[in-house]
Design a protein around this ligand. Structure first.
Ligand SMILES: [Zn+2]
Length: 288
């Protein structure tokens, strides 16, 4: 079981299509199933109109998952929308708190320094401060100061020390929203995801996911596969301006599913020449 897990904070763009082609292509080639999970854990940024647009764009492209949080696109499962699982996330965090694995933190973002993969570094000093419950606070989980190793299907053998990377992990922010890393680890575990295919920009956070799974008493770990991100001719990551051209806009400008799938395959360097591709050919190109 693998997943495509977009956040409904904007329209799908070509980077999402590339990610989908990796997820659907590789998973189906291995005989597995794909679920779509809407990662609307950040209630301050998620928008229902983007949630609905993701459903429409996937269906228009012919990317039909086996399970989704929408009726009419694969098997319907409302729990595949993270906002429906706040109680589950809260219960898991409470379990960890009972085991002494959660502490309160009121550090403003401005007081923290960047960690080595762009996230903020929290050294753990709030652990001994015993911040009262009535002070606005987030909840953190101590990360292990040891190397965690895993084999990535594309990137090869990896070794990461979660604590030295970003310190202790924020599981719930001061607004009560569960963070990406925490909700993602809980959901992957509960939803039986055993193949995680996602962009190379998330490779550095995999050790944190594995450390969380250990704390959540997960049996085993998924296989990870971190694919390359879209780059321009000089090898630089495509800029936000290009990626902000949504599939929706391309549709309105006369794009067809085949033209968009062909462009995604070309930009991901899966095809030599830019031209329309039907879905089976596009999926096939991502297996090479
Ligand atoms: Zn703190």
């Amino acid at each position: 079981m693998s997943r495509f897990a977009p956040a409904p904070t904007g329209y799908l763009h070509l980077g999402h299509v590339v990610s989908c082609l990796y997820v659907f292509g590789l998973t189906r080639a291995l005989g597995g199933q794909v679920l779509v999970r809407i990662e609307d854990h950040d209630r301050t940024r998620a928008r229902p109109e983007f949630d609905e647009a993701i459903r429409e764009d996937l269906a228009w492209l012919g990317l039909i998952p086996d399970r989704s949080p929408w009726k009419g696109l694969g098997e319907f499962d409302p729990a595949l929308r993270q906002s429906h699982r706040a109680d589950v996330h809260a219960a898991r965090l409470a379990d960890l708190a009972r085991g002494g694995l959660v502490y309160r933190c009121d550090c403003p973002r401005s007081s923290m320094t960047p960690g080595n993969d762009g996230e903020l570094f929290h050294q753990g000093y709030c652990q001994s401060r015993k911040i009262p419950d009535d002070v606005p606070h987030g909840l953190r989980i101590p990360m292990p100061d040891r190397d965690i190793t895993f084999h990535d299907l594309i990137a090869g053998p990896q070794s990461q020390n979660p604590f030295r990377q970003t310190g202790d992990l924020l599981a719930r922010d001061r607004h009560g929203c569960f963070t990406y890393h925490f909700s993602c680890a809980v959901d992957d575990l509960d939803q039986g995801v055993n193949l995680v295919i996602r962009g190379r920009d998330l490779l550095a956070s995999t050790g944190r996911q594995l450390a969380l799974r250990e704390l959540l008493s997960a049996p085993g770990s998924p296989v990870f596969c971190h694919h390359d991100l879209l780059v321009d001719e000089t090898g630089r990551k495509l800029g936000k301006r290009f990626l902000s051209t949504s599939i929706r806009k391309m549709r309105l400008d006369g794009g067809t599913p085949e033209s968009i799938l062909g462009l995604a395959a070309f930009l991901a360097r899966k095809t030599q020449h830019q031209g329309p591709l039907d879905l089976p050919s596009a999926l096939d190109s991502f297996m090479r």
